[in-house]
Design a binder for this molecule. Sequence first.
Ligand SMILES: [Zn+2]
Length: 315
Amino acid sequence: MSAIYLPAEIDLIAVTFFIFGLAFGSFLNVCIYRLPRGMSIIPGSACPHCGAGIKPYDNVPVFGWLMLRGRCRSCRGHISPRYMLVELLIAILFAVSYLSFGLSVEAIKFCVFSFLIVGLVFTDADLKLLPDTMTLPGFALGVIFSVLTPVGGTAWLVRHGESWFSSLPFDFRWRPASLAAALLGAVVGSLFIWGIGALYKLIRGVEGMGFGDVKLMLMVGAFLGVKLTVLTLMLGSMLGSLAGVGAMLTVWSKRLKRNLKSAALRGSAGQRAWASAQLLLRRYEMPFGVFLGSMALFSAYFGDRIMNWYVGFYR
Ligand SMILES: [Zn+2]
């Protein structure tokens, strides 16, 4: 219990991951702003209001924002605390990757995955956009990582495909199996979202799910394999439905209160409020990438534990 108070027990490698996370988080802020706008990510940071270059000493992650109290040095324009939040989030996720997987290729893989997902979630929340310049390189990276460290489901494929892999040296056998597991995850994830989108269009006659979501799941599937991709789809859909129902109920209760105040509308208050809520549902553009992305990140770190608990429940 006293571990926290002993400096000797501070894990220096975890601290290193954290500091690298701050730096990568700072770079990610630049990507979130510039990639969907088709801007180059090479030149240094600039103020979003006046365009003044940000001095290197003001650009220190987290501290720069705190020192200037969230204002630009030249124009005093407001700089969102979100920049700091993204830096801290990436730093924490990098440290957690190391603490979960040790000093390994797997830890690096989950650092890369966190970086991509956080970038995509914030871009989708901002602009309802999942840029190809993030998802497609992300998919390629997932495929590359699958031959460096086994994706979930690899052991199962090796066991059941013994005869296929038997000509390969024993220590090498897992690699084609892991590659297959990653590609299978990508196909399952993207096909499911594509199917939902097609079904939605058929029923409602409008585009519901963007092709960006399909490519997001292509990337998620390659990183996580089939099992955790299915978990991501389940949790993402649940979260999306909850958000939709929540938004409807908020509109319904607000309208109901307002209608009940007016004498003319009191008689039909309930009906009118319900009509407003339904109108909202029809117009509501769900940032589905936010739900899928955050649940993919959740599944990456906690998915196996949840699956084991769930399977144990029925044994
Ligand atoms: Zn400025």
